[in-house]
Design a protein around this ligand. Structure first.
Ligand SMILES: Nc1ncnc2c1ncn2[C@@H]1O[C@H](COP(=O)(O)OP(=O)(O)OP(=O)(O)O)[C@@H](O)[C@H]1O
Ligand SMILES: Cc1ncc(CO)c(N)n1
Length: 263
């Protein structure tokens, strides 16, 4: 059994954040553990309120896990503020964590800032360089680089510019462009496209969280990065295909579609 850790925020409606990560881990056959950085009061219609966990408590959770259990991969999602980011970076270096996947979560689908804007520089300097791969969406690329990606050609320039921040590799998600949902991986050598048709589905709450958690799970299972991304995108496409209406807004993807048609 592989042991996976997610360090992220809680989504009370269960579709994104820690809850999406743990469901993804379970669906892919790895053991899931969690360090909660923030609690969000959120549902399918949006985020109502956020309470951040203290830096000391984030450290204590990470120490409790690593002190006792071998961790085969770490997925990092919502990290809220500069103090939490610094603590995560310090702790993961101390524990020599491997297979770190960072989803640089910034703004929710409904427009709520899950990362304080002043934390972006700390994220870039301290956390992203620790990652095996970083998985920004297009608004996050804009926040990191200061310019907007409007087509796939510009995605290629952006991937190279983000890589040169000192990263091991970057996967830019193209979900926010029109047309196909193609993602682009750059590892300093090759630009590799992972292509997928855009599925005409409204219930896509948690797609980004699910993709990064799946990549971490596949890395822990021993796949190389390219195969991990390919398998994760294929898992995610199935989860989007089987997504379902829940609540009054954007419903979740179906993490367990390979086991149950309906939940
Ligand atoms: N309608 C769709 N059909 C197929 N794949 C999609 C669709 N929408 C998004 N994807 C894929 O889902 C993944 C997440 O993409 P997206 O760019 O939406 O990330 P995100 O904005 O971080 O997600 P979230 O809104 O959960 O934070 C990517 O692999 C993207 O290509
Ligand atoms: C807690 C949390 N993390 C990530 C996302 C993705 O946007 C979200 N909506 N909520």
């Amino acid at each position: 059994m592989k042991n996976l850790l997610t360090i992220a925020g809680s989504d009370s409606s269960g579709g994104a954040g820690i809850q999406a990560d743990l469901k993804t881990f379970a669906a892919l056959g790895v053991y899931g553990m969690s360090v909660i950085t923030a609690v969000t009061a959120q549902n399918t219609q949006g985020v109502e309120r956020v309470e951040e966990i203290s830096r000391e408590m984030v450290k204590a959770q990470i120490d409790a896990v690593f002190n006792d259990i071998p961790v085969d991969a770490v997925k990092i999602g919502m990290v809220s503020n500069p103090e939490i980011i610094q603590q995560i970076a310090l702790s993961l270096k101390d524990w020599k964590a491997i297979n770190i996947v960072v989803d640089p979560v910034m703004v929710s689908k409904s427009g709520y800032h899950l990362l304080k804007p002043e934390a972006i520089e700390t994220l870039k300097k301290e956390l992203l360089p620790l990652a095996r791969v970083v998985t920004p969406n297009l608004p996050e690329v804009k926040a990191m680089l200061g310019w907007e990606v409007t087509d796939e050609e510009r995605m290629e320039s952006a991937a190279q510019e983000i890589f040169s921040l000192g990263l091991e590799s970057v996967l830019i998600k193209g979900g926010h462009l029109e047309g196909a949902a193609n993602d682009l991986l750059f590892d300093g050598k090759d630009l590799t496209w992972f292509k997928s048709p855009r599925l005409n589905k409204k219930n896509t709450h948690g797609t980004g969280c699910t993709l990064s958690a799946a990549i971490a799970a596949h890395l822990a299972l021993g796949y190389d990065l390219m195969t991990a991304v390919e398998k994760s995108k294929s898992y995610l496409s199935g989860a989007i295909e089987h997504s379902f209406p829940l609540g009054h807004g954007v419903g979740p993807v179906h993490h367990f579609y390979r086991f149950f048609k309906e939940l």
